[in-house]
Design a protein around this ligand. Structure first.
Ligand code: LRH
Length: 490
């Protein structure tokens, strides 16, 4: 048996199309297309270049032709962003990037309408300015004409699915990133939306991951001369696709998905939206099979990616391997930042902001690139420690190991420092967790794999993992105490 399906995975800085081959026992991956995802600042607004991204979907379909029969396709993307569609099915304007400054102050406006605690109890999402609810409030306030013109709101993966099939639906995992989703009732949080002034009719029906949305539209097939294939709603949220591929036998694990963002969490049967969860800044999202991913969003490798871009803007090209080496060779435990400080969210001169943070908090200011990078790495690792402790305090569980997945685990220094800072074994792999999870859900939808636990067993058998054991516990304990003093109880 050689069953083939196509996963298209869009990250915030790059995307890829991967053919998953399934022989009945193992999944093997073949990357057929890779492209960068370059947001465009136009007239002061930061947009995703949707047309370019859809072009890459077409390129992926064209390249898939040489593999013969590919039965289905699934798209996953980053969370929270959306496009607005008018009643004729036209995209009203390019989707705006969650890092655009349009959401400044929107959270405070929202809390004046809905108190924080009931807002959290109703939606279960960690409050972040980037969330769909706050983006929509900004549109409502500053560009109301767009919402007047809009017939439907489609989240990014659903937007791709719509232009592939003509069907307008919202996949459940991506709906659950909006702060407009009722995690307990498993439906849109209409009352929250109404309070915020967001029209109910914008929303489309929610379907669970594993649903067949439709098939490639006639127009696409004709234009590209491709065979028909099913379009499956996989976990449209990349984080949940990655979760589906954690190589652990049961749900009792802590995972750390490492890409532009770091997502640290575990899997639960039911949402947890109590006071402790809210204070710890934990979010509830729906994963495959209706499981809840209970996790914390941490700014992640963005700090390294954007530092590298800044250096490139200044005419200095460094690779990630160079950066890892510089950090590894630099003096440890010199200074710390709070990676989640709001000053680090927007694009720009991250190195300068790191130096400012250190100066503002009375610490030695990094003088070399190595010191600066070391500061970022060790602060991220210690932030993970804080997040895993928060997770344990909320769930009453104890996690002896952390499963690290995603592209960030190519960075061995990060894996090693995470094991040390968290004082836990790190099991790293697979790198391509998101594509694997996307593929696994398509194979579950077609009936070739029975369920998620079989999928995880198959992935465990198909992929190699690397294990990092913690060391230097005393030094890291002291570092953690220093780190907490500097960043406060956040
Ligand atoms: C990671 C991610 C994360 C957040 C962010 C916007 O790619 O999906 O879970 O939702 O992007």
């Amino acid at each position: 048996m050689d069953k083939k399906v196509l996963a298209i995975d869009f990250g915030a800085s790059s995307g890829r199309a991967v053919i998953g081959h399934f022989d009945g026992e193992r999944i093997t991956l073949e990357e057929i297309h890779r492209f960068s995802n370059d947001p465009v600042n136009l007239g002061g607004t930061l947009y995703w270049d949707f047309l370019r991204l859809f072009h890459e979907v077409k390129q992926s379909l064209l390249k898939s032709k040489q593999y013969g029969q590919v039965d289905s396709l699934g798209v996953d993307t980053w969370g929270v962003d959306f496009g607005l569609i008018d009643k004729n099915g036209r995209l009203i304007e390019n989707p705006v990037h969650y890092r655009d400054s349009r959401t400044k102050g929107m959270m405070e406006d929202a809390f004046a309408l809905i108190p924080k605690d009931s807002f959290y109890a109703a939606t279960g999402n960690q409050f972040m300015e980037i969330n769909t609810a706050f983006q929509l409030m900004s549109v409502q306030k500053n560009r109301p004409e767009l919402l007047e013109q809009a017939d439907k709101l489609l989240m990014m993966p659903d937007l791709f699915n719509f232009f592939l099939t003509g069907e307008k639906v919202t996949e459940q995992s991506i709906a659950s990133t909006t702060q407009l989703y009722d995690q307990s009732g498993r439906c849109w949080a209409y009352r929250v939306a109404e309070r915020l002034g967001i029209r109910e009719s914008l929303f489309t029906n929610i379907v669970p991951a594993g649903t067949k949305i439709g098939t490639l539209s006639h127009d696409i097939r004709k234009e590209l001369d491709v065979r028909d294939m099913d379009v499956i709603a996989v976990c449209g949220h990349d984080t949940q696709s990655a979760m589906a591929a954690v190589p652990a036998p049961n749900g009792d694990f802590a995972f750390l998905s490492c890409g532009t963002w770091s997502l640290l969490g575990t899997e639960l049967d039911e949402p947890l939206t109590d006071e402790n969860a809210r204070i710890n800044g934990l979010t509830n999202e729906v994963g495959f099979g209706g499981k809840i991913s209970f996790l914390k969003n941490i700014i992640g490798l963005w700090l390294l990616q954007e530092s590298r871009r800044q250096w490139s803007r200044e005419g200095r090209e460094v690779t990630f391997a160079d950066m890892e080496k510089m950090a590894a060779e630099a003096e440890p435990f010199r200074s710390y930042i709070d990676p989640d400080d709001p000053r680090f969210v927007s694009a720009g001169d991250i190195p300068e902001r790191v130096r400012d943070f250190c100066a503002d908090s009375g610490q030695p200011v990094p003088e070399t690139d190595g010191q600066l990078l070391r500061c970022i790495y060790q602060s991220l690792a210690l932030k993970y420690r804080q997040a895993v402790e928060g997770l344990e305090s909320c769930t009453g569980r104890r996690f002896n190991a952390i499963y690290m997945i995603g592209g960030g685990i190519r960075d061995k220094l990060l894996c090693k420092l995470t094991a040390n800072a968290c004082k836990r074994r790190v099991i790293a792999g697979p790198v391509e967790a998101t594509a694997l999870g996307n593929i696994a859900v398509q194979l579950i939808a077609s009936g070739d794999i029975a369920d998620i636990s079989q999928a995880r067993q198959i992935i465990t058998a198909s992929e190699n993992v690397e294990v990092y054991e913690p060391d230097s516990p005393m030094q890291w304990e002291k570092a953690y105490e220093d780190f907490k003093l500097i960043i406060g109880g956040k």
